[in-house]
Ligand binder design. Structure first.
Ligand code: ADP
Ligand code: ASP
Ligand code: MG
Length: 406
């Protein structure tokens, strides 16, 4: 008998018929003799609506109350699925994060899971009960509901699979696997049968939202076998696994984009030792993640411009922190541009092959696309460009790296 975790995303539980479809899929796994824990998202669109309501109440809503509101979407779907499973003659119950409990740190809005006490749930599963778990939510050290950041149900699922010692963690979604790039934008995207944890981690961290970054980190750490597959069609999906399980290695395995970036520029920052620390320190303290950074060479050696990117949702907080410290930091002006996209090319082949970055720059130049910021890591190159070029850039790069499906 195997123990499995099945996770269904927002589109997969988008209406009552789809939740009934999920119930049938779960029943198949139970009938096959498996112990099953199901992790659900809110119905598609619901979390966006809840977030929008919070933002209509306040420019910077209290993060604890924000979590109280946005965690509610998942409570609806788990209750409905438990009812649906009972209707099919199965034993099932719903579990909110705090009931298990799934414990997190206190960073409301993007909490990290610290521990999961699976004792009660595990005992119920061993008795044949299907556990239907609310994704995205946990309980913080303050005993209040916390949420794990957008897309966090993936992380709930993988964390639960690790804690339960599950044999598999199947992530059901609205595409039938992981592709070389977002198949909704590039029609010629090619489905991958397997991808390494490392490559998927990079892809996720630069915006491929098919899996939340933390879920991949956790899968890699605990060696959870994660599979991404369609909740609507019965076809093999994509397995995320170790490098030694992959026979054919590509130079470039994928291209991702993130529209969730705002470019922030501080002009005339005094050019002296410690200035970067004094800018990025307070941002980190306020849990603002800073991504790409460029510091221009100052012309007179006294002042410089500093450009970096933050997530849209962090912009307001970043502004608040920096404006409050403007006189001590001594910069002249803070400006921001939300109409940018970060496009990234990923591949383990970059470790051993030169010229991959050059191909990216050349391809974008041929399309007349200006690069605003560049950053690189061992297996990744990212560029920041104007958002209106997203599709053009993705398609051109996909072709240039020979990734197009036949
Ligand atoms: P869910 O609601 O099931 O969690 P998400 O919308 O979070 O689904 O993630 C699935 C979406 O991820 C797909 O619809 C697709 O548009 C997008 N996506 C981005 N990059 C990729 C990729 N490389 N492979 C597959 N899907 C991708
Ligand atoms: N419902 C949450 C979101 O939309 C979590 C998830 O679906 O993974 O971000
Ligand atoms: Mg998702």
């Amino acid at each position: 008998m195997a123990r499995i975790v099945m996770k269904f995303g927002g589109t997969s539980v988008g209406d009552i018929d789809r939740i009934k479809n999920v119930a049938n899929r779960v029943k198949r796994e139970v009938d096959a003799g498996n112990q099953v824990a199901v992790v659900l998202s809110a119905m598609s669109g619901v979390t966006n609506q809840l977030v929008a309501w919070c933002n209509q109440m306040a420019k910077l809503p209290d993060p604890r109350e924000y979590d109280t509101v946005v965690a509610t979407g998942e409570q609806v779907t788990i209750g409905l699925l438990a009812i649906g499973l009972q209707e099919l003659g199965l034993e099932a119950r719903s579990w909110c994060g705090w009931q298990i409990p799934i414990r997190s740190n206190g960073v409301h809005g993007k909490a990290r899971i610290d521990s999961i006490d699976t004792a009660r749930m595990s005992a119920a599963m061993a008795q044949g009960q299907v556990a239907v778990v609310a994704g995205f939510q946990a309980v913080g050290p303050d005993e209040r509901i916390s949420t794990l950041g957008r897309g966090g149900s993936d992380t709930s699922a993988v964390a639960l699979a690790a804690a339960l010692g599950a044999d598999r963690c199947d992530i059901y979604t609205d595409v039938d696997g992981i592709y070389t790039t977002d198949p909704r934008i590039v029609a010629k995207a090619r489905k991958l049968h397997r991808i390494t944890y490392e490559e998927m981690l990079e892809l996720a961290s630069v915006g491929a939202k098919v899996l939340q970054t933390r879920s991949v980190e956790m899968a890699m750490k605990h060696r959870v076998r994660v599979q991404v597959l369609s909740s609507f069609e019965d076809k093999p999906g994509t397995l995320v696994c170790d490098e030694d399980e992959i026979v054919e290695k590509e130079l470039v395995s994928g291209i991702a984009y993130s529209r969730d970036e705002t470019k922030v520029t501080l002009t005339r920052v005094p050019d002296r030792p410690g200035v970067a620390a004094s800018i990025f320190g307070p941002l980190a303290d306020a849990s603002v993640n800073v991504d790409m950074i460029v510091q221009n060479v100052s012309e007179d050696g006294r002042f410089t411009d500093l450009t970096f990117t933050v997530a849209h949702t962090d912009l307001e907080r970043a502004r608040e922190v920096l404006n409050a410290a403007q006189s001590s930091l001594g910069f002249e002006r803070l400006s921001d541009d939300p109409d940018v996209v970060k496009v990234s090319v990923i591949g383990v082949g970059m470790r051993s092959h030169a010229g991959i970055a050059q191909k990216m720059f050349q391809t974008l130049a041929q399309e007349g696309i200006n690069i605003q910021v560049i950053s690189t890591s061992e297996i990744k190159i990212s560029v920041l460009i104007a958002e209106k070029y997203t599709e053009l850039a993705l398609r051109a790069l996909h072709t240039a790296y020979g990734l197009d499906a036949a």
